[in-house]
Design a protein around this ligand. Structure first.
Ligand SMILES: [Zn+2]
Length: 225
């Protein structure tokens, strides 16, 4: 998981919201508005699932998740209109749930979460920085509630989807690329390449599938916390 930066709310959603203040997202939202939301999130999130970071091939494959953490900073308690609030909408994958006869333990993300509330806030950098990765690519947190979110509720160490193994190989490939580029060069050149890679991922948002583990590794090397 990485910090999700939201773009502007689609105009069609804003119009619908203002004209229908009592609307309930699940049942009332028109298809064309939903299409605009999916397209916007797909672009904002650089085609990546907001939870597992797998690539989502097209806006049609985006599932709209209402991700309103338990105690969002500076927010009132849960209210009816939150369901229509673009601020809390997150684009996620189908978490393997479209496969026929799939077992619950083989699903991830929203499909595995059901209605369980989350503590992690994907829109908040301090919250996302509590996520860590082990050398085998598994995801965890020292914060017990966030650890439960990522390992149990969202099932982000799902073995049948090889999520830890995939993350590990993504990190190893990036480390190999950096080592090759810096071979025979000074430690300064190595650190410069780490910084350049970090800027490209985090500031320029050149995001790639499962790059959360690369960002975590770069932050530990660059002592960013
Ligand atoms: Zn996902």
């Amino acid at each position: 998981m990485i910090v999700v930066k939201k773009g502007k709310e689609p105009r069609s959603l804003m119009g619908f919201r203002l004209q229908n203040p009592d609307a309930d997202y699940e049942s009332d939202i028109p298809t064309n508005v939903l299409k605009d939301i999916r397209e916007q999130m797909w672009k904002d999130q650089v085609c990546l699932c907001g939870y597992c970071m797998k690539k989502i091939n097209s806006p049609r494959d985006v599932r709209v998740e209402h991700c309103r953490p338990r105690h969002p900073q500076g927010e009132e308690t849960h209210d009816h209109k939150a369901a229509l609030d673009f601020k809390w909408m997150l684009g996620v994958c189908y978490g393997n749930s479209l496969k026929r006869g799939v077992k619950p333990e083989d699903t991830t993300c929203d499909a595995h979460r059901g209605n369980t509330e989350l503590t992690i806030n994907p829109f908040d950098q301090l919250s996302v920085r509590k996520i860590k990765y082990r050398a085998d690519g598994s995801i965890y947190s020292d914060n017990a509630e966030i650890n439960k979110d990522v390992t149990e509720t969202l099932n982000l160490n799902c073995q049948s989807l090889s999520l830890p193994q995939t993350r590990k190989s993504v990190l190893m490939a990036e480390q190999a690329r950096i080592m090759k580029k810096c071979k025979g060069k000074s430690r300064d050149a190595f650190m410069h390449e780490l910084k350049r890679t970090y800027e490209s991922l985090v500031r320029e948002r050149n995001l790639t599938p499962y790059c959360g583990i690369i960002i975590f590794w770069l932050e530990s090397k660059l002592k960013i916390s």
